[in-house]
Design a protein around this ligand. Sequence first.
Ligand code: FAQ
Length: 314
Amino acid sequence: METQQQLDDFQARIDAGEKIEPKDWMPERYRQQLTRMGSQHAHSEIVGMLPEGNWIGRAPSLKRKLVLLAKVQDEAGHGLYLYSAIETLGESRANMIDQYLYGSAKYSSIFNYPTLSYADVCVIGWLVDGAAIVNQTKLAHCSYGPYARANLRICKEESFHKKQGYEMVAKMAEGIPAQRKMVQDAVNRFWWPTLMMFGPHDSDSPNSEELIKWQIKLNTNDELRQHFVDRVVMEAGAIGLTLPDHDLKFNEETGHWEMGEMPWDEFWNVVKGNGVMNRERMKARRNAHENGAWVREAAQAYARKKKLSREKAS
Ligand code: FAQ
């Protein structure tokens, strides 16, 4: 039973900007919400390796292959930081992974779109990593210590991802007409799905109020989306690319770029598992998990053997 006093003391700690650590008392609902959101974040990083991994063997030069290989490997690392952080809330990694591969846990909608050309990889670096940074820079200051620290580390690597993406997009944008066409086409296809990464409008976001009260989220979905749009409009203009939103216009009064209405039906369709690539992504992840069972068993057997020999020696 949680007493009102416990809840009030907890809220006072949050309001004072204190970090909550794994052994501290916390409301059960705080634990559940963080486990839900943080584990979905971890799953997204892991699924997120698939669209770009598809292009490692086909990147146009050794340099581009090396950069892409390093980036995709970083995403695996981000997944691991996040699973480790969320495990401290009491949920086992095996359960979280089970929930996502065979249960109802979600992962980011953006990874259910195909990567049709190499320009898609460049645009993912610029836009998708760019959106992830806007979101995660805030999460790096969230109230739960392990999740905040994991996001801080992720952001350092993610900012390299974004820079390499923008550099590639800029190079293509100043290339021959076929390259400019290819990169503009990638921007056109990824623009709206990238904006959907920030989640539904605030009025349709059932979790935001609670998450903001507990400083798990520091900003609403719409606030972060706006921040991202304001930044990207300038970046696109600087390299001569257009964004596929005819309603995009600058509001002198607010100082923000107003955007058109997003294709929300498409968003909910993808979230419900009916996007172009949902089934293929899940199949690839389940296969990888099942085919990797022997590696996990071998690693556990090795750890057991090491433990036994340490115990014998002491
Ligand atoms: N996709 O009430 P809200 C990356 C669900 S990492 C799918 O607003 P909330 C790195 C939501 O779960 C990208 N589902 O939810 C990378 C909820 O359903 P539930 C991932 C979505 O939690 C780059 C329902 O809709 N980042 O990209 C989405 O307050 C390049 C109602 O929504 C994170 O996960 C969506 N886009 O806010 C890797 C960051 N949006 O669970 C490779 C942490 C909403 O109640 C290459 N997460 N839903 O059944 C967050 O900041 C938040 O969870 C939001 C959603 C903002 C995503």
